[in-house]
Ligand binder design. Structure first.
Ligand SMILES: [Zn+2]
Length: 237
């Protein structure tokens, strides 16, 4: 039951400690396997991840801190279900900060970082070709995070990581249109501007890319999918 603590003891210096509940739930949200509003029962999570209830609770707290989970006193935890106002705010925040990090990334990117972005884009497009849409979605969010990392602005990076996670829920709820997801073509245009170290273009492409996604969201209700927690959390083989 105490895998998490054992991992903690074994980890190498400087290696970030990741709670498996946080990693598993966040990944399932990013891959659209775990829809907004899903009940997250402590005992079931403890069973699925093979960790104690204490670890499950601290994981849920951490996820709530990142706005991916909603905790209700004495009632339990649910995957967060952002409303239209929250969705607009998240995208407005991204439209404010990400053009800035794209500009900085274009100025600072090293040849090795540009190669990694290219590699990332190839993985994204091969997931699309093999119809692994969940994985493609997660990789497209990670592409935005990678650009923020290259910009070297750590405070903005943390903020963008949270916003990208929340966007996965927003897109799951309000996506009614092909345009409301990161498309590979937009990402490759962005990457080429970064590779040319053209900060101004990178900034403009990022802004118009985010405005496109935002304007393609439709703010009405969706249905529940009726699947059980285990099948949503554990990726298919
Ligand atoms: Zn994108």
């Amino acid at each position: 039951m105490d895998d998490y603590r054992d991992t903690h003891a074994d980890r190498k210096d400087g290696e970030a400690l990741v709670n498996p509940v946080v990693a598993g739930v966040a990944r399932a949200i990013h891959e659209h396997r775990l829809p907004p509003g899903t009940r997250l029962a402590e005992t079931e999570l403890s069973d699925i991840f093979g960790v104690s209830r204490t670890i499950v609770r601290s994981g849920l707290q951490e996820l709530a801190h990142g706005h991916l989970v909603t905790l209700k006193a004495n009632r339990g935890a649910w995957v967060a279900k952002p409303g239209p106002d929250e969705a607009r705010e998240v995208f407005e925040a991204r439209e404010l900060v990400e053009p800035r990090t794209a500009r900085e990334a274009a100025r600072k990117a090293t040849a090795a970082q540009i190669d990694r972005l290219r590699q990332h884009l190839l993985e994204e497009s091969s997931s699309l070709t093999s119809r692994e849409y969940g994985q493609a979605l997660r990789l497209s969010g990670a592409f935005h995070i990678e650009i923020a990392r290259i910009s070297g602005q750590r405070t903005l990076l943390e903020f963008i990581e949270t916003l990208v996670g929340r966007s996965a829920l927003i897109i799951a709820l309000f996506w009614r249109n092909e345009r409301a997801r990161c498309d590979n073509h937009c990402h490759s245009t962005l990457l080429e501007a970064i590779a040319r170290h053209d900060g101004k273009e990178a900034e403009e492409f990022m802004r118009s890319h985010l405005v496109d996604i935002h304007s393609a969201l439709r703010f009405d209700e969706t249905d529940e999918n009726g699947k059980d927690l285990r099948s949503m959390l554990l990726p298919p083989d």
